[in-house]
Design a protein around this ligand. Structure first.
Ligand SMILES: [Zn+2]
Length: 255
């Protein structure tokens, strides 16, 4: 295990184009539950998934009211980036991070200090809202303030349309330009570092075979097995907040 970590650390030291691919597992250590994963809140309670299903959201005002209330209470507003997030900032500081593709919507990579230009949010961001009618986008907090002041389902101030967090809900298509950017980044990676993702959600998981075919080393850091463990050059099961600082250079040596 320590040998694997040392090996990966050496690869990272000599790489200049690393693409990180992150999922819920990197944020659970900041207290944000995993909603979509195999052990996720929605997976175990399909009723909860309704709140994130675009058909229900668009057709049922009660679903929207519940959604706004759960947005108010979301743990991401008070969550702090953990050692895993900070290690990826260190990777960028060292000039090694080509792109950071994330399935997370919590914005913690940017909060930790990664530049927004490096972060590709394939499932969107909960820190912004968008109008489903006129496509207006804006910051989330002023709309949450409207909810706090009593608007249970605040409409778009420009057109009266339905507002929603700027995330990809179930039943909503991914944004092709964003996915395209993520896959192009994978093609150009020297090393792909998949962190805290079960690599079961496509097309994002497809970044792994794309990077591999382009000659990149594949490193997987995840608590559970993934479908790509066999093709990976290294697999680590250590909690991400502990191992990433070791791999990415914030800690001098394996503790
Ligand atoms: Zn609008």
């Amino acid at each position: 295990m320590d040998r694997t970590a040392d090996l990966v650390r050496g690869w990272i030291d000599t790489s200049t184009r690393i693409v990180a691919l992150t999922g819920a597992g990197i944020s659970t250590e900041s207290g944000i539950p995993d909603f979509r994963g195999p052990q996720g809140v929605w997976t175990r309670d399909p009723k909860a998934e309704r709140l994130s299903n675009i058909q229900y959201y668009m057709s049922d005002p009660d679903v929207r009211k519940l959604s706004w209330r759960s947005r108010l209470d979301h743990p991401a507003w008070t969550a702090e980036p953990n050692g895993g997030h900070l290690a990826l900032v260190e990777l960028e500081r060292r000039g090694k991070l080509h792109a950071l593709v994330t399935q997370n919507i919590d914005g913690l990579h940017q909060r930790a200090g990664n530049s927004p230009a490096k972060v590709i949010e394939v499932h969107g961001t909960m820190r912004e809202v968008m109008c489903m009618a006129c496509a207006w986008r804006g910051p989330m907090q002023p709309v949450l303030d409207r909810v706090r002041r009593g608007e249970e389902d605040p409409p778009c101030e420009w057109c009266g349309g339905i507002l929603k967090s700027a995330t990809i809900s179930f039943g909503q298509p991914l944004v092709p330009e964003v996915i395209g950017r993520a896959m192009r980044a994978a093609e150009h990676a020297e090393l792909l570092l998949a962190v805290g993702t079960s690599l079961q959600v496509y097309p994002v998981a497809g970044a792994v075979p794309i990077a591999k075919a382009a000659g990149a080393r594949i490193v997987i850091v995840n608590a559970e097995p993934t479908p790509f463990d066999e093709e990976a050059d290294a697999v680590l099961r250590t909690p991400t907040g502990r191992i990433l600082p070791i791999l990415c250079g914030r800690v001098a040596r394996t503790a």
